[in-house]
Design a protein around this ligand. Structure first.
Ligand code: SF4
Length: 408
């Protein structure tokens, strides 16, 4: 039996290499948590206590809630918490937590919105018939509002507010609802509720039975993809800044190893020197290539101008140098409207009108040229309509060859 969590599945989707570090290799790392995750877990703990006390008929005052939060912050804080944004201190984050809790408290006190039937659940739900794959279900707060309607509440301490469409596509709370549906016999509907604490904002989304089935299937597919994975490539994104495995990741390992070196040692480090030299030579090569390209284009234009009279008459000319000859051919290229353009849509319609649509595979230009040339059933008027879509471009092709010896 394999138990997967939403964060485990998400880790593979965000970066397979990070997944391998976190769930397969599990190496020792310098930091255990980011400050954002630390803040999230302290706030979750405080709200769990608030509702647990309420369930035990004990009302927790706001000052007491904040006191508990600050106490647990100091007790749990350690040098192993990573502060990514250097402009902010740990205390800035602690005070953010105080604000989140204060605003939440004032908005929802005395906390009587429905009957709480689960807090920080630690359940699992089978995703397949045989129960081989199970999902870990961690609901922040589950509320029974009566009449078969359940609410899955989730606290978010992130500093981004998602669009409603993102929440309507969200998988995490919908996945947890699979367990709610199985656990409660009177289950009829589920409302997913997010509390974006940084914005003092509640947002929600609804799921039908059909939606939940799709989520179950998607999770199974994701898990099977993970199980079948043989490669775990790093996927660089803005999340790398918060990745605890960054110093071990192949994409940042060298940077991490050299970051603390004094400047003179840093500039003499073998890798740094190789990269600096490589970048310098590459820039030089690119610049010379560009210059040579520009020079060649000018020479091509000059050669075409030199034998324009022959080209107008014969469409081909050869100019001979001391050791080489250049053959210049005038070529007419037929261009048809680009894919997804409005004019292409009109061409498609014309082909359908002339009953030629089935004969043109994906508007292959060669196919169109052949039809224009060979299709006998095409009337002159229809042919003229098709002709009007094509554009003929004249170009010149130049080839260099060794000059042939006389008599050879
Ligand atoms: S640093 Fe970025 S690329 Fe490397 S493992 Fe972490 S998330 Fe993946």
């Amino acid at each position: 039996m394999a138990i997967f969590s939403i964060s485990r599945i998400g880790a593979f989707r965000d970066c397979p290499r990070q997944y391998k570090f976190a769930y397969i290799e599990r190496p020792e790392v310098e930091f255990q948590d980011t400050v954002e995750a630390f803040l999230g877990s302290r706030v979750h703990k405080a709200l769990e206590k608030l509702y647990r006390d309420k369930m035990h008929e004990k009302a927790l005052s706001l000052p007491r809630l904040l006191e508990d939060f600050n106490k647990s912050w100091s007790e749990k804080w350690s040098q192993k918490v990573l502060l990514v944004r250097k402009d902010y201190t740990a205390d800035n984050y602690r005070r953010m937590g105080e604000r989140f809790l204060g605003e939440y408290y004032r908005r929802y006190a005395p906390f009587e919105q429905g009957k709480v039937v689960g807090l920080e659940t630690q359940e699992t739900v089978a995703l397949d018939e045989g129960g081989v794959y199970r999902l870990h279900v961690r609901i922040d707060r589950l509320v029974d509002t009566g009449d078969g309607l359940y609410e899955v509440h989730d606290y978010k301490t992130s500093s981004g507010l998602p669009a409603q469409e993102e929440l309507d596509r969200d998988i995490q709370l919908a996945a947890y609802s699979l367990w709610v549906r199985r656990r409660f016999k009177d289950f009829k509907r589920v409302r997913l509720v997010w509390h974006f604490l940084a914005f003092d904002k509640e947002m929600d989304s609804w799921r039908t039975d059909e939606d939940l089935e799709k989520v179950r299937q998607k999770l199974l597919d994701d898990i099977r993809t993970i199980e079948a994975a043989e490669d775990f490539p790093p996927r660089v994104s803005r999340l790398c800044g918060w990745c605890l495995y960054r110093p071990l990741c192949p994409m940042f390992r060298h940077e991490a190893r050299t970051a603390g070196l004094p400047e003179n040692e840093y500039l003499n480090e073998s890798g740094v020197r190789l990269v600096d030299e490589y970048a310098r030579v590459k820039a030089e090569v690119d610049s010379r290539l560009r210059e040579a390209q520009e020079k060649m284009e000018k020479l091509e234009q000059a050669l075409v101008a030199f034998c324009r009279a022959d080209l107008d008459k014969e469409k081909v000319a050869v100019v001979t140098g001391s050791e080489n000859s250049v053959t210049i051919r005038r070529v007419e290229q037929v261009k048809w409207p680009a894919r997804n353009s409005d004019i292409r849509a009109r061409l498609n319609a014309a082909l359908k009108d002339f009953a030629l649509w089935d004969r043109v595979t994906d508007l292959d230009p060669h196919c169109l040229n052949r039809i224009l040339k060979e299709e006998k059933a095409l009337s002159e008027t229809d042919r003229a309509v098709l002709e009007s879509f094509k554009e003929v471009k004249t170009t010149h092709r130049l080839t260099v060859s060794r000059k042939k010896c006389q008599g050879a």
